[in-house]
Design a protein around this ligand. Structure first.
Ligand SMILES: [Zn+2]
Length: 350
């Protein structure tokens, strides 16, 4: 019988999942690679597979969760007693885990106040994990802790995790996932077996985006640097391929209105991508995020470097700009200088 999980919601995870299931030697795995390609999904698939009571046994699916057994059903209903998720509060809603009461999550006091949800995984969550680790496995297959994203562990929490990571009791296993694994404590990294997860093949990513109803998937996939989940999220938050294609010329004309509807971090990120592509053109390399024909002719690398520095500076404060509108206008103004040189004949493009 074919289980519901035979069909993966992110089809390109089949290979990495199979490799991880068949080569896992350590009780702790670290999924690492770019964001936006399904790290969290892969971590959950690994957890479900280890907890599954009748995992598939044939061919390339062997070891994968059946999707049908009691354990898989508990996993899907997010009530599996042998599963614990450590997630920053700020990611619970976006990842669809908002309904579940966080282990060691927001306490009553924080809930009552209007505190901004934390982007960190704090010591309380690791303490809850330690308590979880002491309890005998309810269903006897395994006990699994998923930590996502691992770089969200603050220093105190990471240090508290170390010992358990080194000598987990009984059936306890860990999956950490990170798109910034170089920022993890070396002692955390060294206790985990790496599971690399790179960009999916372009054809797979485009097929998936089409299935998600994303229009102009090729443009948006390039815009997102080949990360399909990011491209889907951008589309769902209102970005359209035509707007992306028009952005370079509009900014070259100094039209700040081109970014008016975008949240500041997204607008700054888009300008950084454009600046990156213009710098590549200036050095004779093909652009990454925009098609060459959407870009203005190559301009001075010096002006682009100055724009890049201003954008980097702005990106550091993008979450809470003092005056988002003014900041964007100034960045667009600087961008116009970098993108357009009056009096210069347009350089030839390939
Ligand atoms: Zn199962």
């Amino acid at each position: 019988m074919v289980g519901a999980d035979q069909v993966l919601s992110l089809p390109w995870l089949a290979g990495p999942l199979h490799r991880a299931l068949t080569t896992a030697r350590s009780h702790a795995l670290l999924v690492q690679g770019p964001a936006g390609v399904g790290q969290f999904d892969l971590a959950l698939l690994l957890a479900q597979s280890w907890l599954c009571e009748t995992p598939l046994s044939a061919g390339p699916d062997s070891g994968r969760a059946c999707g049908l057994c009691a354990s898989c059903k508990l996993f899907h209903s997010r009530t599996h007693p042998d599963f614990l998720l450590l997630l920053p509060e700020a990611l619970r809603e976006p990842l669809g885990w908002g309904g579940q009461e966080a282990e060691g999550g927001r306490d009553g006091e924080a809930k009552a106040s209007k505190t901004k949800p934390s982007r960190e995984i704090k010591i309380d969550a690791v303490r809850a994990m330690l308590a979880f680790s002491q309890v005998t496995s309810a269903r006897g297959r395994a006990k699994v802790v998923v930590v996502y994203p691992a770089e969200a562990l603050n220093t105190v929490a990471a240090n508290a995790l170390l010992k358990t990571l080194e000598e987990p009791a009984g059936l306890l296993r860990f999956v950490l996932a990170s798109s910034a694994s170089e920022g993890l404590l070396p002692t955390i990294r060294s206790r985990c077996q790496p599971v690399p997860l790179g960009l999916p093949a372009r054809g797979d990513a485009l097929a998936w985006l089409q299935g998600q109803g994303v229009e102009g998937p090729d443009v948006l996939l390039d815009a997102a640097g080949g990360r399909p989940q990011e491209a889907r999220d951008w589309f769902e938050s209102g970005l359209r391929a035509t707007a992306w294609l028009q952005l370079p010329q509009r900014l070259a004309r100094g039209e700040a209105a081109a970014l008016a509807d975008w949240p500041a971090p997204r607008a700054i990120d888009a300008m950084q991508r454009l600046c990156h592509d213009m710098l590549r053109l200036a050095h004779g390399a093909p652009p990454s995020y925009f098609p060459a024909q959407a870009l203005p002719p190559p301009t001075s690398a010096a002006a682009l470097h100055a724009w890049a520095a201003a954008l980097r500076q702005a990106a550091r404060h993008a979450e809470h700009p003092l005056n988002g509108g003014l900041l964007l206008e100034s960045l667009v103004g600087q961008g116009q200088q970098a993108l357009f040189r009056p009096g210069k004949p347009p350089a030839r493009r390939s």
